[in-house]
Design a protein around this ligand. Structure first.
Ligand code: ATP
Ligand code: MG
Length: 578
């Protein structure tokens, strides 16, 4: 990929923590991070922030990043998501050191639970989920001890082993940490560590009928794969005392017996005592990113699937033609803080334009055609004109654009009653045809309703490239395609999916569904030069003067070209909103 912006990394508080740790020689000078998605949905632009942060920090300091599936909740997970997440992370441009699963550690996590039981730090509780909630207390009232809190070590070990053996029904018992039912932090009021769930798991099949809770599995997973900096979002801030409580009691670095099952399985991982660090989620305006809402958009048919180009998913951004480098640059510039904030979607689009201006080859396409016949060329005139693929990069070479006496120009580029400052074609006026020369409009044909149906023009031969008058000035330059040679393409013109900057703000009534822009997708026909039609899927072009368009990943064919508009050339949305 040639699209990397050479940037100095933006400094932020997590980078400072890493620098300080390195200076102090903590973690033996290692930097190891992980990206830990739950395989219960597609990744979105918000996840990309975490991916860029984790992979970016490790790369900067010569460290490693693991991709670890936090697959502790078998009921919501699916192998389809696992595969999609791997593809998305790779597409964003990152290579993980190891691909791991929390479920790879189920045996280790189980041993950790037994260790806590033996230490007197965990007990089997028979309260129902409702009763647990009731005993837990509230923010203002302390909780009450479970009647099972006093169980002895032997009884707890026996019951826990029988939970594993499948002797008890789903939900009938849990393993809980014995911490403090009066703690001001509700996460420390004897949180559950294990629950019974007799469902098969996408990675471990039927091997288990008890599954560890997220907080318990997460802390242990970080430690057994040698993570040094466990970066997560702000809502985990008050889970950090539990994270530390778990790791302090287990001593995964010192106690080899806990990780013995991994070595037996040939998984030799470094171990560490990681540090959890929280940062604020990335949010974008005109976007929803909660998984529940994204699933609703797909399942209720508001969009054409997870990879609809209007979706904030990474597969959606990809199908829209957003280059991964633009997403990386965007999050790099957004910075990393502990303050929640919302960034304009236009800022992301700005990054997309910046990368595409540099990367995308230029092509000609006409969206709303008006025929123009050059009268002083033979009707069968045929030539091909070389055009640079990129105006600022001669190394990108040229392509041949067929030119003939019958052209199509944009309807907008002709005006019968020109508004003030209109510099393109008017009846009797002159304009430059890109790469051809200056034409004068000599005739306007209309249908019975008076609508303009075609133009005739003469080409001044003296203004053709290489001729003495080639430099003659006229105010306007327009693009064109040869009517005989152009191919018709389907173009999908996308706008933002939502009409409101905060689609989640229900204050005015309704919900996010009521703020979907039903006109956010329009299908049009474009006439494109042959060198656009023949592109591979996922090639992005600048259709000159129109915007950036990507050959659709799934539907584009030479015989039936399909392009999605990635972004317009300028931020017309912001202007229209003013
Ligand atoms: P849910 O809680 O609905 O499952 P999630 O967004 O937490 O959704 P995960 O799969 O757990 O989904 O996320 C993987 C990682 O991505 C987590 O570390 C999470 O903190 C991070 N992440 C998710 N959304 C964002 C966001 N908007 N900005 C930054 N990081 C995010
Ligand atoms: Mg989550």
């Amino acid at each position: 990929m040639s699209s990397d912006t050479p940037t100095t990394p933006t400094h932020h508080f997590i980078r400072q923590i890493v620098l300080d740790d390195l200076a102090a020689g903590r973690h033996g000078g290692r930097v190891a991070t992980r990206f830990p998605p739950e395989p219960n949905g597609y990744l979105h632009l918000g996840h990309a922030k975490s991916i860029c942060l984790n992979f970016g920090l490790a790369a900067e300091f010569g460290g490693t990043t693991n991709l670890r599936f936090d697959d502790t909740n078998p009921t919501r997970e699916d192998i389809e998501y696992v595969e999609a997440i791997k593809a998305d992370v790779a597409w964003l441009g990152f290579r993980w050191a190891r691909l791991l699963h929390a479920s790879d550690y189920f045996e280790v996590i189980y041993r950790c639970a037994e260790k806590l039981i033996r230490q007197g730090h965990a007990y089997v509780c028979d309260l129902s989920a409702d009763a647990v909630r009731e005993y837990r207390g509230t923010l203002t009232e302390p909780g009450r001890d479970s009647p099972y809190r006093g169980r002895g070590v032997d009884e707890n070990l026996d019951l826990f082993r029988r939970m594993r053996a499948g002797e008890f029904a789903d939900g009938s018992r849990t393993l809980r940490a014995r911490i403090d039912m009066a703690s001001g932090n509700i996460n420390l009021r004897d949180p559950a560590l294990y629950r019974i769930r007799k469902v098969p798991h996408q990675n471990t099949g039927d091997a288990w009928c008890i599954y560890p809770m997220y907080d318990f599995a997460h802390a242990i997973s970080d430690a057994v794969e040698g993570i040094t900096h466990s970066i997560c979002t702000l809502e985990f801030e008050d889970h950090r005392p539990l994270y530390d409580w778990i790791l302090d009691r287990l001593d995964l670095v010192g106690d080899d017996s806990l990780t013995e099952p991994l070595r037996a399985a040939g998984l030799d991982l470094p171990r560490s005592r990681p540090q959890q660090i929280e940062f604020a989620r990335g949010n974008l305006d005109y976007t929803v990113m909660s998984k529940r809402k994204l699933i609703a958009l797909v399942e209720e048919g508001h969009v054409d699937g997870w990879d609809d180009p209007r979706m904030p998913t990474l597969v959606g951004a990809r199908r829209r033609g957003f280059p991964p480098a633009a997403i990386r640059t965007f999050w790099e510039r957004a910075g990393v803080t502990k303050q929640n904030s919302v960034i304009g979607f236009d800022v992301l689009e700005g990054c997309v334009r910046e990368v595409l201006d540099r990367e995308a080859e230029r092509r000609f396409a006409v969206l709303d055609p008006l025929p123009l016949v050059i009268e002083n060329l033979a009707d069968d005139h045929a030539e091909s004109i070389p055009f640079p693929n990129h105006p600022k990069d001669p190394s990108r070479g040229t392509r041949e654009v067929p030119f003939s006496s019958r052209l199509l120009i944009e309807r907008d580029d002709f005006a019968e009653v020109p508004p003030k400052g209109f510099h393109r074609l008017v009846a009797g006026g002159e304009v430059r045809l890109r790469g051809v020369g200056i034409v004068r409009c000599t005739g306007v044909a209309r249908d019975a309703a008076g609508r303009v149906t075609g133009l005739s023009a003469t080409l001044d031969p003296d203004t053709r490239p290489g001729q003495p008058g080639a430099e003659r000035k006229v105010k306007g330059t327009i693009h064109w395609v040869s009517a005989r040679d152009a191919l018709t393409a389907e173009v999908r013109l996308y706008e933002r999916l939502f009409t409101a900057p905060d689609p989640d703000d229900d204050a005015g009534g309704g919900d996010f569904r009521d703020r979907i822009d039903r006109d956010s997708k329009r299908i049009a026909v474009a006439h494109v030069e042959p060198a656009a039609a023949s592109a591979d899927p996922e090639t992005v072009f600048q259709f000159e003067r129109l915007g950036y368009f990507v050959a659709d990943r799934h539907d584009h064919r030479l015989e039936r070209p399909v392009f999605n508009r990635t972004v317009t050339l300028r931020d017309s949305f912001a202007k229209a909103a003013k």
